[in-house]
Design a protein around this ligand. Structure first.
Ligand SMILES: [Zn+2]
Length: 306
């Protein structure tokens, strides 16, 4: 969702405004790369199957002593493995005191990141707590996955394995196989509970992170064919004044982008201004979408993510 919101902001700013806030495109590129890293891991699990009973769960958002998020969890009736995917360009060095990941780019630029070892270890402990509070006793392993196998990395001696995606199947097969600690019913209950406790992480709206762009965002409905902002409403839908193509529901994307960009509650006037339409069309559109309504008549508000 954050990636989606950043993309919307980038599409709705003029080139000069984007230049005045380079962090926006940098963040977008970094997130997109991270997403690509997750896909590398997905491919491994799509292409291999393992002899034991297992599930692969993504983007778990859980609460034990504190709130924590797991990108990828490989869970079996005998153990769980947390995979922390790292996809950072440049030469990497992981140091221990203080724990940090130091990245050096080819141009000599040096930047520090949180240590992936600390992240994995902390998530393993939190997941153990989560198990204990449910009277489940399962070993939890953690590994750092480097998304691209050309990555150069310098490590100190650590018990946390660093793996390239293609080494994951071997790593899993070499873990000590114990007799299952959970029977089939308990394992199903556990995976169901993971899925039920998953909460979609709602990132703060882009304009509260980058307030300077709030009044610079170009409004209008984007043409799904050519990307032009400012489709015109006609009876049955939307017409692009650039490419002359039409769309029945281009407003849906625009409304979603409004919530990603500004967040909070939308009023009829917000919709009118953003979609550049009349009050009655705005009312019809807002009523037709699956939004949460509050208040009556002129005070009515709509929200998408809360
Ligand atoms: Zn168009």
């Amino acid at each position: 969702m954050l990636l989606e919101g950043l993309g919307a902001a980038i599409r709705r700013l003029t080139p000069e405004q984007k230049m005045s806030l380079p962090v926006l495109e940098a963040k977008y590129a970094a997130m997109k790369a991270g997403f690509g890293g997750e896909r590398q891991l997905d491919k491994v699990f799509e292409n291999y199957s393992f002899p034991m009973k297992y599930r692969v769960l993504h983007d778990l958002s859980l609460t034990s002593s504190t709130h924590f998020q797991i990108d990828t969890l490989f869970i079996t009736p005998s153990y769980g493995i947390i995979f922390e995917v790292k996809n950072i360009a440049g030469e990497l060095k992981v140091v221990n005191n203080p724990p940090q990941l130091i990245r050096t780019l080819d141009n000599g630029e040096v930047k520090g990141f949180n240590s992936p070892i600390t992240q994995v270890q902390s998530n393993c402990e939190l997941l153990q707590d989560w198990f204990h509070s449910r009277d489940i006793s399962l070993p939890v392993y953690g590994a750092v996955v480097l998304a691209y196998s050309k990555q150069r990395i310098e490590l100190f001696d650590t018990t946390v394995p660093f793996l390239f995606p293609n080494a994951i199947p071997t790593y899993i097969r070499h873990l000590p196989t114990t007799t299952p600690l959970l029977d089939d019913a308990a394992f199903t209950r556990l995976t169901d509970e993971f899925i039920a406790s998953h909460r979609e992480f709602i990132p703060p709206p882009i304009c509260s992170t980058y307030p300077t762009i709030r009044d610079k965002i170009i409004q209008g409905v984007a043409c799904p064919s050519c990307g032009f902002l400012g489709m015109k409403k006609y009876m049955k839908g939307w017409r692009c004044t650039e490419c002359d193509r039409t769309s029945i529901d281009a407003h849906k994307q625009a409304i979603r982008e409004w919530f990603l960009l500004y967040g909070g509650k939308m009023m009829n006037k917000d919709c009118r201004d953003f979609l550049q339409i009349e009050r009655q069309s705005a009312t019809r559109i807002l009523q037709s979408m699956d939004l949460r309504k509050e208040g009556e008549n002129r005070n009515r508000t709509y929200s998408m993510f809360s």
